[in-house]
Design a binder for this molecule. Structure first.
Ligand code: FAD
Length: 388
């Protein structure tokens, strides 16, 4: 057993840390206030090669896998969750393409994203179907050499700047999860449009929108993987991203602990720094223990995905554990940091108010905490997760 990072992984972490401190941190509060997508931060990620971390070299990437991406996301999320999401969005709309796409699709979309020439978004959720993804209503009807899509997707992150969308639709509406297929939809497809950004609680630097398909005609060559195998393909995609969402949670928690610790060393009450009061010190110690546990879960989950085990029934509950644990810790750590800072924690003048709002997204997106527990519970029930 070896808990050390490789030389290459240390270099990725150090590079991401430098970009986060120099380019991301100074902009975080402003992005939250203006809701503007940070083109300058995207360019900084592009110039430093961080956008290509999790793509193989033959598609223009660095070949550092999901583990490399997690290291960069963790460092970025210490300062700005929206910027960490920009890194996550490199693989959210492309993992399915990498696993099941044609060589042509990989060369266009994976290479395009790795090199910062294209941006993608992921369209699964609908007004009537989130956790219950098999219940989506968007349809794709075959018509000659194309599919005609009709329906609405909602809460789609990064759609305002995306060039293409990975979209799930029903090709056999009577077949439930066996009637699902996955398509790449280019932004300029006739009949396809996106709504205005939807107002939300946090992560304002990356707007979310609805996607509308009104007889949108997509070439049949844009299907990812075989027809009606889409549910498995979407699950592979989501499972591969669990460690990356976990890394957003981990970085958020670590940033909150670090900030609250610094604050507690400076702020004095009753004649001593508040870190000398037992509740403050024990709260920080408790969070530090949990952050170490979250890091182990996250890195292990990333390693499992990099072993190609994103659909392996013994690996899948561990991906869910990392996602649920690290994202719940992000909410707890940022909430505790607000409390440790007292009134200052609540004020927009200080970062924890934003960090707390941003953190809450993480226990909802890409499978809620409850859905992760369903997956873990089912593994216990079936015996693919056992402690005997
Ligand atoms: C900021 C933001 C960004 C997002 N970005 C994207 C994106 O880019 N692409 C995309 O496709 N989607 C995106 N989503 C959607 C997100 O993935 C869904 O909101 C999420 O999967 C939950 O679905 P829902 O909102 O329909 O909640 P519901 O499924 O309606 O769930 C409501 C509540 O019931 C609980 N629940 C549901 N079923 C069960 C059950 N069987 N047992 C116990 N509890 C249950 C849930 O945990 C939740 O607490 C985004 C959402 C947000 C908030």
């Amino acid at each position: 057993m070896d808990f050390t990072l490789s030389d290459e992984q240390r270099m990725i972490r150090d590079l991401a840390r430098q970009v986060a401190r120099e380019k991301v941190a100074p902009r975080a509060a402003e992005l939250d206030r203006t809701g503007e997508y940070p083109e300058d931060i995207f360019q900084a990620f592009k110039e430093t090669g961080l956008l290509g971390l999790a793509f193989p070299e033959q598609y223009g990437g660095a070949g550092a896998g999901i583990t490399g991406l997690c290291l960069a996301v963790e460092e970025t999320a210490k300062y700005c969750n929206a910027s960490a999401l920009i890194l996550l969005l490199t693989r959210l709309p492309t993992s399915a393409i990498l696993f099941y796409g044609t060589e042509e699709q990989k060369q266009r979309y994976c290479r395009g994203v790795a090199e910062g020439k294209l941006r993608g978004a992921f369209g699964l959720t609908e007004p009537g179907a989130g956790s219950d993804a098999a219940n989506i209503q968007t349809t794709a009807r075959r018509d000659g050499d194309a599919y005609v899509l009709n329906g609405t997707k909602t809460y789609i992150s990064g759609a305002t700047v995306a060039d293409f969308f990975l979209v799930a639709a029903k090709t056999d509406p009577s077949a439930g999860s066996r009637g699902f297929s996955v398509f790449i939809v280019e932004r300029n497809t006739p009949g396809f449009s996106i709504s205005k950004p939807l107002p939300k609680m946090g992560v304002h630097g990356v707007p979310i929108t609805e996607l509308h398909f009104d007889n949108a005609r997509v070439p049949a060559s844009c299907m990812v993987g075989p027809e009606n195998q889409g549910f498995k393909i979407i699950m592979a995609n989501l499972n591969a991203l669990r460690p990356v969402v976990a890394a957003r949670g981990l970085g958020t928690a670590e940033g909150a602990i670090a900030y609250a610790t610094d604050y507690a060393k400076q702020r004095e009450t009753f004649g001593k720094p508040i870190i000398q009061h037992q509740w403050v010190q024990f709260t920080l110690a408790e969070l530090a223990m949990q952050a170490e546990a979250a890091r182990l879960l996250t890195y292990k989950a990333a390693w499992l995905v990099d072993q190609g085990r994103y659909l392996d029934r013994e690996a899948v509950p561990h991906l869910s554990m990392a996602k649920a644990f690290a994202t719940e810790l992000a909410v707890k750590a940022s909430g505790d940091a607000v409390q440790i800072m007292g009134g200052a924690g609540y004020m927009a003048e200080f970062p924890m108010e934003r960090v707390y709002r941003d953190a809450k997204q993480l226990t909802i997106v890409e499978g809620t905490s409850q859905v992760q527990r369903l997956i873990i519970g089912r593994a216990l029930l079936e015996g693919t997760l056992s402690y005997w």
